[in-house]
Design a protein. Structure first.
Length: 314
């Protein structure tokens, strides 16, 4: 037998990229889909089986060809998507800041009471409509320049409920902080969210302004939080198979035909201007370092080996 070489893909910091772990989770996920009789199960299993990379001049790998299943819960695709979204978002935020140097960033989290499987999807749809309404309230829209939002779902394994909450990064004019006609306190945000959602209870709302002077890291953290996974794979890939099957089924239904991330106002315009609208392409993750010069001929092909449970260089 020919000795095979295990594939590794290192970041510039020397950390191996988690291809193997995500592919293993992808296989568990496709197994669940098969047990739940989803037709896409066989396709999901093929996701990222053969990876073709080109070598950069400094010896790093850049993915240039593979097939991704693009299923929302696929751990491999979710990893690529969150990398791409966070890289795009950072470019958009930098450009927004360049255009409006005095603008300020706020990080807003909106949630509602936990739901159960049959009410999860309607609740998410209701939140989508309510947040749109919230942004149109006079006091909110007055100083709002742009926003980006994503919905995250967490699973409570104790009682089988779900919590859905929205992460929103707001970009406001500096006037937002001037006087009670402009400034919106946490209590006021809560009042508005309750009104937009027509709730008969006080929802959990959190708002944090990102300080303009030490903003760089806070902003990056905020961007990563907004762009990260909608659901952590650790919530549906555990050692309890029965529970995983129920959760996977619920989440598949809830997330179908929804967007992972959406941009509004100035952020939407900038996204268009920077031509970052190719969200289906999970090969190019819009990493700003990805303009590194590529070598012409050196191609590395990594292939998944089902028996040995790892990627090997072919
Ligand atoms: Zn996939």
């Amino acid at each position: 037998m020919i000795e095979q070489q295990v594939f590794t893909d290192l970041t510039k910091n020397g950390k191996p990229r988690p291809w193997r772990r995500n592919k293993l989770d992808n296989l568990t996920y496709s197994e669940y889909l098969l047990m739940l009789h989803y037709r896409k199960a066989a396709k999901v299993k093929e996701c990222g089986n053969v990876l073709r990379f080109k070598k950069t001049k400094d010896g790093f790998l850049k993915l240039y060809q593979t097939w991704f299943c693009k299923s929302r819960l696929c751990p491999l695709c979710a990893w690529r998507r969150s990398m791409k979204n966070s890289n795009q978002l950072i470019q958009i935020l930098n450009e927004a800041h360049r255009e409006y140097p005095k603008g300020r960033f706020l990080f807003l989290t909106l949630s509602t009471k936990n739901t159960y499987s049959d009410t999860l999807k309607p609740e998410m749809q209701k939140m989508g409509r309510a947040v749109y309404k919230l942004f149109q309230y006079k006091k909110v829209s007055r100083n709002l320049l742009g926003y980006v939002r994503s919905t995250e779902i967490t699973v409570n394994h104790d009682d089988g409920s779900y919590n859905q909450h929205m992460h929103i990064l707001l970009f406001v004019s500096s006037r937002y902080f001037k006087g009670s006609d402009n400034y919106i306190s946490q209590a006021e945000w809560t009042k508005y969210w309750r009104k937009a959602m027509k709730l008969d209870y006080q929802p959990m709302v959190n708002v944090e302004a990102i300080h303009p002077h030490k903003s760089k890291n806070d902003l990056l953290a905020g961007a990563k939080e907004t762009a990260k996974y909608q659901v952590k794979s650790a919530d549906y890939i555990t050692d309890n198979e029965q529970q995983d099957l129920r959760v996977t089924d619920d989440l598949e239904q809830a997330l179908s035909h929804t967007r992972a991330i959406s941009y509004g106002k100035l952020f939407k315009t900038i996204r268009k201007k920077l031509q970052l609208e190719n969200e289906d392409d999970l090969i190019n993750t819009d990493d700003q370092n990805s303009n590194d010069e590529l070598t012409d001929s050196e191609v590395v092909v990594a292939k998944w080996n089902y028996e040995l449970q790892n990627y090997f260089i072919r």
